[in-house]
Design a protein around this ligand. Structure first.
Ligand code: GRF
Length: 183
């Protein structure tokens, strides 16, 4: 059986990275299968999106229980710190994606439009996304893969977010395939 991947989305997660991961797995590009999509909120739009893709989707507060059968865990828009028991259970097999080039523009409170606003305010010539390992500290796990794009002079946080999101949808499945290949 191929390695089983669980995806944890945010409470209000749109689920576009979840969809990119599931589609890449379904297309045989990752060497793994989507096991289930999990949210702590039944209202997360990503859950319906997962069901449309033919993947089991559940809402629960029991994250450790929901990970039964999972070999890997991808966070996709999940903003809280993971419970320690989840990190212990899948240590070294939990990935996250961040919409900037870590180690800059990461850490607590750095999510959504704030990240892109901070990048623009710092007059960075480029931004991008980072797929990294999840450890008990926000955004501090080792980097698996980064993808880069320019920051344009007339960018708003919306235009920059859209450019970065396109990169995310390619980088995340690529990073997952790489770590699964490397074992
Ligand atoms: C993405 O920008 C990702 O980098 C961040 O949360 C956002 C989730 O978007 N961690 P989506 O729900 O995958 O569309």
């Amino acid at each position: 059986m191929k390695p089983q991947v669980a995806i944890l989305v945010g409470r209000r997660g749109r689920g576009s990275n979840m969809e990119a991961l599931v589609r890449a797995m379904q297309a045989g590009q990752v060497g793994a299968e989507p096991l289930r999509v999990i949210s702590t909120s039944p209202d997360s739009p990503a859950l319906a999106r997962a069901r449309d893709l033919g993947v089991e989707a559940i809402a629960t507060d029991d994250l450790a229980g929901a990970l039964e059968g999972a070999d890997w865990l991808c966070l996709a828009g999940y903003l809280s710190l993971l419970p320690r028991e989840v990190i212990d259970k899948l240590h070294g097999r939990i990935l996250n994606i961040h919409p900037a080039l870590l180690p800059k523009f990461g850490g607590k409170g750095m999510y959504g439009h704030r990240v892109h606003e901070a990048v623009i305010a710092a007059k960075e010539p480029e931004s991008g996304c980072t797929v990294h390992w999840v450890t008990p500290v926000y955004d501090e796990g080792g980097i698996i893969l980064q993808a880069r794009c320019p920051v344009l002079p007339d960018d708003t946080h919306e235009t920059l977010a859209a450019r970065v999101l396109k990169l995310e949808h390619v980088a995340y499945p690529e990073a997952l395939a790489k770590v699964i290949r490397d074992g």
